[in-house]
Design a protein around this ligand. Sequence first.
Ligand SMILES: Cc1cc2nc3c(=O)[nH]c(=O)nc-3n(C[C@H](O)[C@H](O)[C@H](O)COP(=O)(O)OP(=O)(O)OC[C@H]3O[C@@H](n4cnc5c(N)ncnc54)[C@H](O)[C@@H]3O)c2cc1C
Ligand code: SF4
Length: 337
Amino acid sequence: MMRLPKFTYHTPRTVAEAVKIIADTGPEAQFVAGGTDLYPNMKRRQQMPKTVISVMRPPELNQINGDGKSGLVIGASVTLTDIVENEIIKRDYPVLASAARTISTPILRNMGTIGGNLLLDTRCNYYDQNYEWRKAINFCLKKDGDVCWVAPGSSKCWAVQSSDLVPVMVAIGARLRLVSTLGERIVDAAGSYNDDGIDYLKKRPDELLVDIHLPPTNGWRASYHKLRRRGAFDFPVLGVAAYVRVRTPTSRDSDPVVDDAKIVLGGIAPSPVQVTDAARALIGSALNEDQIQAAAEAAYIKARPLDNTDFVYQWRKQMARQYALRALKDVRSQLGG
Ligand SMILES: Cc1cc2nc3c(=O)[nH]c(=O)nc-3n(C[C@H](O)[C@H](O)[C@H](O)COP(=O)(O)OP(=O)(O)OC[C@H]3O[C@@H](n4cnc5c(N)ncnc54)[C@H](O)[C@@H]3O)c2cc1C
Ligand code: SF4
């Protein structure tokens, strides 16, 4: 049985208290929300904080405010079950509810939070193993070793960003509010990730993610499609989020024109991958078959998965085209096409 290492545990009641504890304790401390990612990592000795600070009690992190008209603010400690079941999210941001429903299992979704999901550790077949397994291969660059077993000549870790909500948040233009004892800042989800499997977050370790701000849903629709081995539960080994905003037609005869679009790939690289050529293929015309095919082809070209998760990586690349097609066709049907 894998046991947790010893650690000191704090349960602050306010944001101010939480950020003060981490500022006073320094790099040996880490926040925890549901613990469904951090505690298994601690058991495998991948992450070893000496002090763990729960973020489940501050009321600010447990609220959902607003709606699709004004924009929605979701506290970072709102559980995935609450995201799946919330009536406003289901009505105004169905892409978020449906993506959250694909995460792990009902029991884990009762514990796991939206904030923990957006800050999930990166994953790799050579890293997501217990201590003895990793020791037997002399560890790897990401933790305790000095070689990458996926790309031995590389000085970079290619562990994969494997959160289902990250591509969705990047696609719909969500923003994250971060608070520390030094103050507060709001950053785009799109700019929050580094293309580096070890240093995967732009957020500083002392910054608490307090809430997530979703834009008003004026004229846009989105969809998320996930590739995984087991339909019941599994991490994504490819996730495609599609976002399309249309302009109302100027005359009764004309079709709505796409005035903004994003295709974001998850599960194939250390950070979410935005396919700018797909956006280019879509913007400026109606969401028709040719445009959708061109955007899906751009997703295929841009997808460069490595051999460090489930499935043959060349096949995962092929699937980027198929899943982009599915996501865009889904958006088209939401728009009434
Ligand atoms: C069997 C299994 C299957 C899973 N399947 C999936 C899946 O299909 N898709 C998927 O996306 N995930 C999956 N997960 C991962 C995980 O359960 C979810 O991503 C969950 O949402 C993580 O949230 P949490 O609150 O438990 O995170 P935690 O474990 O509490 O935290 C995760 C990270 O975020 C940091 N953190 C948490 N909250 C904050 C905050 N407010 N401010 C700053 N830092 C914070 C922690 O320090 C930690 O580094 C799976 C996990 C397991 C065990
Ligand atoms: S990509 Fe390389 S360095 Fe990173 S976790 Fe995998 S084997 Fe380790």
